[in-house]
Design a protein around this ligand. Structure first.
Ligand code: RIB
Length: 301
């Protein structure tokens, strides 16, 4: 089996369960407070590790208790964290997450160490890029670092997957040209392209605008409606498994990780999407980010 590298964020999630999200100016009572390892990059690395992949991570945490816990959680599922720098001049990333009764969330990220991840740090761990087959990126670290990693990875003939979250209004051409597969959800696709995404036809049209800019495959996750694959030649809809969602946090991260894991195993993109749909359908039935990721045995049974 090939090797995966995740370059991205690590956050300690401070999760508050609520009945309904607070409106501006409103004070509400929360039902429960939990601290759960998260961060889009770390969630993806953790998912790859828990699902049995050979995976490394490049990122940064502060020299603090949260940083320590985040690293230990990744190591507990076999992630190689030698590329995660521990910085003594800043704090680990934090995310404040509210989850309502419908399982929907809202997330505020305080970047901390994640925003210190720079080219020098990447160069120090260049060996991890050289040794891997697939590099997975998200957008909770500086954009110029993401652009640099994608360029370096492509120059070394690696497959590059971008999970464009949180989504900016525009992705630079310098990034797009080095991305093989992009995996937005329908809201992120709308933000990235400025095009509506409220029907399958509109999703295909918006995805097509990214294909025309040079991306090979666009995989759009549409929550309870499943996943849409768009390539130059075709589009295909993959229906979801029907489940009762209690918390959608990290469902997208787990999907991206599953996709990367299956591709590095040599599966087709279609098989990888089907596997990703199953994994994320399990994740939404459990609470929290890394706490909700299943093992490979739980998925295939
Ligand atoms: O995608 C979910 C993740 O987004 C959370 O774990 C949080 O840390 C934010 O990065």
């Amino acid at each position: 089996m090939g090797k995966l590298l995740i370059v991205g964020s690590l956050n300690m999630d401070v999760v508050i369960d609520v009945d309904t999200m607070p409106k501006p100016g409103e004070t509400i009572f929360g039902k429960k407070l939990s601290h759960i390892p998260g961060g889009k990059g770390a969630n993806q690395a953790y998912a790859c590790g828990k699902l049995g992949a050979d995976v490394s991570m490049i990122g940064a945490v502060g020299k603090d208790e949260n940083g320590d816990k985040l690293l230990k959680n990744l190591q507990s599922v076999g992630v190689d964290t030698s590329g995660v720098q521990v910085l003594d001049y800043t704090v680990s990333g934090t995310a404040i997450i509210t989850v309502n009764c419908e399982g929907e969330n809202s997330i505020i990220v305080i970047s901390g160490a994640n925003y210190e991840l720079n080219k020098e740090h990447i160069n120090k761990h260049r060996n991890l890029i050289e040794e891997c087959d697939v590099v997975v990126l998200q957008l909770e670290i500086p954009m110029e670092t993401v652009v640099y990693v994608a360029e370096l990875a492509k120059s070394l003939n690696k497959q590059v997957i971008l999970d464009p979250a949180p989504a900016p209004k525009m992705l630079p051409d310098s990034l797009i040209k080095n991305i093989d597969i992009i995996k937005p959800n329908e809201t992120e696709l709308q933000t990235l392209t400025g095009m509506p995404t409220d029907t399958t036809d509109k999703i295909v049209a918006a995805a097509d605008s990214l294909i025309k800019r040079g991306i090979d495959k666009v995989v759009v996750t549409v929550g309870s409606k499943g996943t849409v694959l768009v390539t130059k030649d075709k589009h295909e809809v993959f229906p979801p498994r029907k489940v009762e969602a209690v918390d959608t946090t990290a469902a997208g991260d787990a999907f991206t990780a599953s996709l990367a894991l299956k591709l590095v195993e040599g599966s087709s993109i279609e098989e990888a999407i089907k596997f990703g749909n199953i994994v994320s359908s399990i994740v939404v039935t459990r609470k929290g980010a890394q706490s909700s990721i299943p093992s490979y045995e739980e998925v295939v049974i």
